[in-house]
Write a protein that binds this ligand. Structure first.
Ligand code: PLP
Length: 399
């Protein structure tokens, strides 16, 4: 076999997204692009704000001779300085540029954090449902992902259960807020209590447990919600985020890791993150993108567009009889599947040419994930199908 055994298993495990992709292509061939309603991918449908293109043109016209050269592995000092100035406001803490490493997206950020912190067999405790890539990323660095069920129906952290699951092998607690797939935001009180638990557990086991907050949707929030900053609640914490969602630049691979200014051993952690950027083969985040985001701190797509899509879908789905907690951030809905077998319900939606991902794909069985970063036409076109699919379950013709 050419492919490594572990990769063969992973290929099989990662097949939900592939399967949805292939199913979408098949349905589009039969019915036409506009008759297939694809809610399976978290690919922002809004174009980047106009200023992104304008700044890019400016950057290229400047003809800076160093623009395409290698640079320090942590990124340009000017980019890190601009980021730290913005984070002082955004995170309400005093941050310096040397607490930031510029990365290839939040995915690159998570991988350098895991590389820097995990010894073989160390555990990464995270609430479930969770972004499915976490398991692969932990494995990349010989770590073990340990999911802990979140509370339903609001998907807040189940702190008692998390406290039980944090043990002598736990090195990282990983949270994601606003959350993919649930869209929920962990409130200030939850993070404060999580901070207390992590302090207690670090003392109990005689080693620091790090809190990692994955926040690529930090700016995609509704109803005047604010995402609380973990730095305020726990000193040994790191935030990773990106410009994939808030500037609609997921293909450009640009993000960062920020380390809490009060973390123990901060300098060696930043050194390890920087080396990880290099030796994992990222080397550095893309140069032009660093120059770009340096000038666009705080800029975001118009989130009122996503809010309107959320509101339209929530209102319609509740009207049809779906059960869901209204998400306060990101661009995902995570309603309950009307039948316990979410994979079977995804099949019923496919019969309506609607593509969603089963909650099982995120360790959240009994739900479906609807990525509503799609056109209004896709939403409107899909509504009758969403209604017919739940009716079939309600009238007992499908169990
Ligand atoms: N974390 C979560 C929860 C995500 O949903 C995603 C992408 O969808 C990522 C990380 C990776 O994002 P990026 O494009 O910044 O690497």
């Amino acid at each position: 076999m050419a492919v490594a055994r572990k990769m063969s298993v992973f290929l099989e495990k990662s097949s939900w997204i592939r399967r949805m992709f292939e199913e979408g292509a098949r349905l589009k061939k039969i019915h036409g692009e506009d008759k297939v309603f694809d809610f399976s991918l978290g690919n922002p449908n809004l174009p980047p704000p106009d200023i992104v293109g304008e700044k890019l043109v400016e950057l290229l016209q400047k003809k800076d001779p160093g623009l395409h050269a290698y640079m320090p592995n942590a990124g340009y000092l000017s980019t890190r300085t601009a980021m730290s100035a913005y984070f002082c406001k955004e995170f309400c803490v005093s941050m310096a540029q040397d607490q930031i490493v510029v990365t290839c997206g939040a995915a690159g950020g998570l991988n350098i954090i895991f590389k820097a912190l995990l010894d073989p067999g160390d555990e990464v405790v995270c609430p479930a449902p969770y972004f499915v890539e976490y398991g692969f990323y932990a494995d990349n660095h010989a770590g073990v992902l340990k999911p802990v069920r979140a509370k339903e129906p609001d998907f807040d952290l189940d702190l008692e259960l998390m406290a039980q699951e944090i043990g002598p092998k736990t090195k990282i607690v990983l949270i994601n807020s606003p959350n993919n797939p649930t869209g929920q935001i962990y409130p200030e009180e939850t993070l404060a209590r999580l901070g207390e638990i992590l302090r207690e557990k670090s003392r109990q086991y005689g080693r620091v447990i790090y809190l990692v907050s994955d926040e690529p949707y930090r700016k995609i929030v509704y109803d005047d919600c604010v995402v609380p900053c973990v730095f305020t609640h726990y000193q040994n914490s790191l935030i990773t985020s990106s410009y994939s969602k808030d500037l609609s630049l997921p293909g450009e691979r640009i993000g960062f890791v920020a380390l809490s200014p009060s973390a123990d051993d901060g300098k060696s952690i930043i050194d390890a993150l920087t080396l990880a950027n290099r030796i994992l083969g990222f080397v550095n985040a893309p140069s032009i993108m660093q120059r770009l985001v340096e000038e666009l701190q705080g800029v975001c797509v118009d989130i009122s567009v996503y809010r309107a899509k959320r509101d339209r879908l929530v209102e319609a789905l509740l009207g049809f009889g779906y059960e869901l907690t209204v998400p306060r951030g990101a661009f995902y809905l995570f309603p309950k599947s009307p039948i316990s077998d979410d994979v079977k319900f995804i099949g019923l939606l496919q019969e309506e040419n609607i593509l969603c991902v089963p909650g099982s794909g995120f360790a959240g069985p009994g739900h479906i994930r609807i990525a509503y970063c799609v056109s209004d036409a896709t939403i409107e076109g899909a509504l009758p199908g969403f209604e017919r699919a739940i009716k079939r379950c309600m009238n007992g013709s499908v169990r």
